[in-house]
Design a protein around this ligand. Structure first.
Ligand code: AMP
Length: 292
């Protein structure tokens, strides 16, 4: 299968329109680059389920509430292209904010408020609280990415649990595409793969599996019959604290119904979510306590 690397949004739009016109079913994997096995699992799944696979690499400034985080975010376009090609992608594209929003961007280079897409109620609480504006940035770029690619199916990772809910809501509102949520890929020691992991010092990296260990301990409690949110999050808080990381939140939610606040006990089903800072690096993870 041939592979194309495009560095313009307009060129990507034209390519996708041509492929759809040829009757091709497009799968789409949006990313911010610095790709790892977690991203490649999405590409492989898309390649197995669709005729052709489009990957985007765009470090979207709209979704970064912390300028330092945006600046530090790792970038490696050529490496990304080689990896997705090997995983079965047929096109990778990147672009600029001006390329994505040529008609909307103001003279100051900023996107005016009316051009932003409001995320639905799943943006409330947890990530939405700790990263103000983040999900609005996500909804705005994903909405535009869906316009550019117009895929039949789009693939997202369960690692970004709340993002999946926001994107599913957006896709429902638009009427397309089908959103496929893929399982979190982890290192052998449990650490969820993330582009930000490469920013960890060797010593922080050693302690980073604490988030996953806490989640696995919460799953053990859930399996043993514990249904009270405070008791379920206790081992997560303890693991993050023992690692010396700064906890942003440890929480449980009902996977069937998102609520900004903690749901009432007893929970029939539960997903546990955690965010913590390892030095300057922000780590998130989650686990469905009833699965696996
Ligand atoms: P990002 O480049 O971090 O914006 O991620 C792009 C896509 O890859 C998102 O749908 C993420 O949820 C997904 N992803 C990131 N890390 C993982 C992982 N460890 N396992 C599965 N999917 C992931």
């Amino acid at each position: 299968m041939s592979f194309t690397l495009l560095e313009s949004v307009a060129a990507a739009r034209a390519h996708c329109a041509e492929r759809r016109g040829a009757g091709v079913t497009l799968g789409f994997v949006p990313t911010m680059g610095a790709l790892h096995e977690g991203h490649l699992a999405l590409v492989r799944r898309a390649a197995a389920e669709c005729d052709e696979v489009v990957v985007s690499v765009f470090v979207n400034p709209l979704q970064f509430n912390d300028p330092g985080d945006l600046e530090r975010y790792p970038r490696d376009l050529q490496g990304d292209a080689a990896q997705v090609r090997a995983a079965g992608a047929t096109m990778l594209f990147t672009g600029t904010l001006a390329g994505f929003f040529p008609d909307e961007l103001g003279p100051d280079g900023a996107l005016p408020p009316e051009a932003h897409v409001a995320p639905g109620p799943c943006a409330l609480g947890l990530e939405g609280t700790h990263r103000p504006g983040h999900f609005e940035g996500v909804a705005t770029i994903v909405d535009r990415l869906f316009d550019v690619v117009t895929p039949a199916r789009a693939y997202f990772g369960a690692k970004d649990y709340q993002q999946c809910l926001v994107v599913q809501e957006l896709a429902r509102r638009r009427g397309a595409p089908d959103v496929v949520v893929c399982p979190t890929v982890r290192e052998g020691d449990g650490l969820a793969l993330s582009s930000r992991n490469q920013l960890l010092s060797a010593e922080e990296r050693e302690r980073a599996p604490a988030l996953a260990s806490g989640l696995f301990a919460a799953r053990e409690l859930f399996r043993s019959g514990v249904r009270e949110p405070g008791q379920l999050v206790a081992p997560i808080e303890a693991a993050v604290e023992a690692a010396g990381f700064e906890l942003e939140y440890a929480a449980v939610r009902d996977p069937g119904q998102w609520t900004a606040e903690e749901p009432q006990a007893p929970l029939e089903r539960a997903v546990a979510l955690v965010a913590a800072r390892a030095g300057a690096v922000r780590l998130i993870d989650n686990l469905d306590l009833g699965e696996g």
